[in-house]
Design a protein around this ligand. Sequence first.
Ligand SMILES: Nc1ncnc2c1ncn2[C@@H]1O[C@H](COP(=O)(O)OP(=O)(O)OP(=O)(O)O)[C@@H](O)[C@H]1O
Ligand SMILES: [Mg+2]
Length: 271
Amino acid sequence: MADTAEASAAAPGTGPPLLEVAGVAVGYNGPDGYTAAVADASFTVRAGETVMLIGPSGCGKSTLLRVVAGFLRPAAGRVVFDGRTGLAPGPDRAVVFQESDQLLPWRTALGNVAYALRATGTPRARARALARDHLVGVGLAHALDRHPHQLSGGMKQRVAIARALALAPRMLLMDEPFGALDAQTRGRLQHDLAALVRRTGTTVLFVTHSIDEAVLLGDRVVVLGDRPSRVREVVDVAGVDRPDAPEFTAARRRLRALLAEEEETAHAPAH
Ligand SMILES: Nc1ncnc2c1ncn2[C@@H]1O[C@H](COP(=O)(O)OP(=O)(O)OP(=O)(O)O)[C@@H](O)[C@H]1O
Ligand SMILES: [Mg+2]
């Protein structure tokens, strides 16, 4: 992914929120009735910001992302995106998942991206041209005509990112998109994503397990804890994008402490 022009978008953190999550409770209906996953989540994402969601496994990170994507309705509270509530899924909130099988196996890299564009009404020739541009933008110029089974895990995630960005979403939703990759590939994709986000001014809501990923990619980190979960703290990490910066160590220590407290609470004996 070449890092050419810098974004001309307004500095992140200014202006009204693009996304507001206020007092959201959400859970699942099963054979034993309703089980709460998230008890009370409130946070905002402003245009141009990258906000990270972190917390222990099962605390409801993916669940919250599904609510923002419009796949799930909250049981209580408010989710306002771009002034709208009652969200249905739409290309204005494109999602990238962890799984490497999110591509259509019978279509090429180019075909996968073009197909998503065609599905949102883009004419065929324009869809193919846009798909090509976006795949080149994520460093896949050499792999346009390959099928998913001919791509590495990292390359498949690049296709998924190109597909999401090709839709020109108002917000990119990412659920541990690099979670299944080896450390080296993960590092490279993190770097490339950061450059791409800077260049395009894309707003991102990103779920991660990794403290380092949260600090390196995020402007703010929403720390979830307890079960059903609530927001414990929102940590500002804007501008901390190098592991050798002194602020990096401080931010990492703060997040470690918050997540360790969370572990202790989870394992404390009941009184
Ligand atoms: N489709 C579902 N039906 C019922 N319960 C679910 C469903 N999906 C998730 N849950 C439950 O909701 C809670 C939150 O799950 P969620 O997947 O959001 O957690 P997470 O924070 O994303 O975890 P991980 O870090 O492991 O991905 C868990 O207790 C989980 O078992
Ligand atoms: Mg999850």
